[in-house]
Design a binder for this molecule. Structure first.
Ligand code: VAH
Length: 308
């Protein structure tokens, strides 16, 4: 049985649906703060559960005897800059609750998402390696770097089987993104499909690592299914598929919708984007558990415009 905390988020929604497809809807419990189960997750069990309610999370997980827990509850980069205290609390305390449950033997495998946000302005920006200088300059990035350190510590000290991916920006059509600096790359498709002009909050030449959500979900499940001895990186795996600028995604869309127009009005998120890598070296994921991306930019564009 699987529990997904933070099921209503951009990754959580798609992960619940993919896990239910694979393991049977009744075996995957979706959990989030919403009182009612959202329409798109109604094909299986849903529970209102606050990832920070230690007593409730502990008693529920101990009682239900889940084998795997996916902890996706977090504040993302842009939102976290506006709520630093709560972002640190949510991103860190929820992780300790789950790591300790696994240490006590109540969970056998944990998935916890990290991000390219763990890299900072002093990190080599192109083909950023798995091991390199990491001085994140955002609240979100600091919390993800700290979380990676704790995941590796619990693995080394207590044998907790926790696995993690440093997601790039994710592009999806089944779930709305929330508060990410990379989310311009989702909003642009909504505007193009609606026949509206798009005002981009990043400069046209801001290259960022990105991935179509289907690739990200498949990578997550492949990592969780890999034999433990193949999972050699216990902080978090670099993972990559695409790297593009707002200008390049605009041009990819314009090939399909010639009338589409874009303008660029950078805001506070430009500084966040400038502190992140432009592209990522994910050779450890490729070598350790056979990662291969399937979606390039034009394939992502056709999938997004077809399904929105
Ligand atoms: C964000 N989408 O923008 C998330 C992600 C790499 C970016 O962490 O905060």
């Amino acid at each position: 049985k699987i529990l997904v905390l933070g099921s209503c988020g951009q990754i959580g929604t798609e992960l619940v649906l993919a896990l239910r497809d694979k393991f049977g809807a009744q075996n995957v419990v979706a959990a989030d703060l919403k009182e009612e189960c959202p329409e798109n997750l109604s094909n299986g069990p849903y529970i209102r559960l606050d990832a920070l309610n230690k007593e409730l999370v502990r008693s529920y997980i101990i009682e239900q005897q889940f084998s795997d827990v996916y902890l996706l509850a977090a504040l993302l980069s842009a939102t976290a800059e506006k709520n630093p205290d709560f972002a640190w609390k949510l991103n860190m305390e929820s992780l300790f609750i789950i790591l300790d449950l696994a240490k006590e033997g109540h969970i056998s495998k944990i998935f916890w998402p990290s991000s390219i946000a763990v890299f900072g302005p002093t990190t080599p920006r192109f083909n950023t390696p798995q091991y390199t200088v990491m001085e994140p300059s955002t609240v979100y990035g600091i919390s993800k770097q700290a979380g990676e350190r704790w995941c590796e510590y619990y693995y080394n000290k207590f044998g907790v089987d926790v696995r993690s991916i440093r997601y790039p920006g994710l592009i999806s059509y089944k779930s709305l993104p929330g508060g990410g600096t990379t989310d311009y790359a989702v909003d642009i498709y909504y505007k193009a499909k609606a026949g509206e002009h798009f005002t981009c909050f990043l400069k046209e030449d801001t290259a960022l690592p990105m991935m179509f959500m289907d690739d990200a979900i498949r990578a997550t499940i492949e990592l969780m299914e890999a034999p433990a001895e193949q999972v050699k990186v216990r902080s978090s795996y670099n993972l990559s598929a695409l790297s593009f600028t707002p200008k390049q995604i605009f041009e990819s869309i314009q090939k399909v919708i010639p009338s589409f127009t874009v303008s660029y009005e950078p805001d506070f998120r430009q500084a966040i984007a400038d502190s992140w890598p432009a592209s990522i070296d994910d050779s450890y994921a490729r070598e350790n558990w056979g990662w291969r991306e399937r979606y390039d930019l034009d394939k992502t564009t056709s999938e997004m415009l077809k399904n929105l």
